[in-house]
Structures are given as structure tokens and as C-alpha cells.
Design a protein around this ligand. Structure first.
Ligand code: FES
Length: 112
């Protein structure tokens, strides 16, 4: 699935970038900008940002289930992504309904 048509980035590209990013020591928050830089691409129109964030959330969960990312890193990443999404919503004055919310039962992020 193509996530960004400007830079031709697929969900598979995002998954590959996340494996590289989240296996680094002191892994940064995998925001769309960080992921795109890892892929040597740039955001142009930014219309893909909500889909990119949603894809990043989904891929972090999938990679944890596949055992490709340390569970401790996944927990820290989810927490950082929730903070990032909340800050972004406050800054833009939007209520990003597409942003995943933590499930009260298992702590996994649930995408609307
Ligand atoms: S669609 Fe991703 S930057 Fe334009």
C-alpha cells in the first residue's frame, strides 16, 4: 500500500525503516519525519502525515508480534508516539480521531 504518493513510500518501506530505527541504541521517536529521513526521502505536501502516523502505529505492533523489535522498545515507542500525537493535536487544534488510542485492557494501540 502506498502511504506517501509524493515520495513513493509504501507501508513495507515504513516497516523496514522502523526495524532499523527501533533497533538503534537510544532509538528516536519514529515520527513520519524520522521515518522518511531513514528512507532518504522528504515530506513535501504533508497530506500523508495522518496515514503515515497510523501506519507507524500499526507496524510497531506488528513488528513486536513478529519479535523484530524488543518489547521494551515497543512500550517506550508507544508512549512517545502517544505524547507526540497529543502534542501535534494541541498544536494544530485538531482532534485527530484517526490517531490510535491505547487499549485499557492490554495497552496495545487501537487504530480507529
Ligand atoms: S503525500 Fe506524502 S508528502 Fe505528499
Amino acid at each position: 500500500m502506498i502511504v506517501c504518493s509524493c515520495s513513493m513510500i509504501s507501508d513495507s518501506d515504513i516497516e523496514d525503516a522502523l526495524v532499523e530505527i527501533l533497533n538503534q541504541p537510544n532509538a528516536p521517536i519514529p515520527t513520519p519525519g524520522v521515518v522518511y529521513r531513514q528512507l532518504s526521502r522528504r515530506m513535501n505536501c504533508c497530506s500523508c502525515a495522518p496515514l503515515a502516523v497510523e501506519t507507524i502505529y500499526k507496524k510497531v505492533n506488528e513488528l513486536e508480534k513478529k519479535g523484530l523489535i524488543c518489547p521494551d522498545v515497543c512500550v517506550a515507542t508507544r508512549s512517545k508516539l502517544i505524547e507526540f500525537t497529543a502534542r501535534r493535536a494541541r498544536r494544530t487544534g485538531t482532534n485527530d480521531k484517526a490517531a490510535p488510542q491505547p487499549n485499557a485492557q492490554d495497552g496495545q494501540l487501537k487504530v480507529a
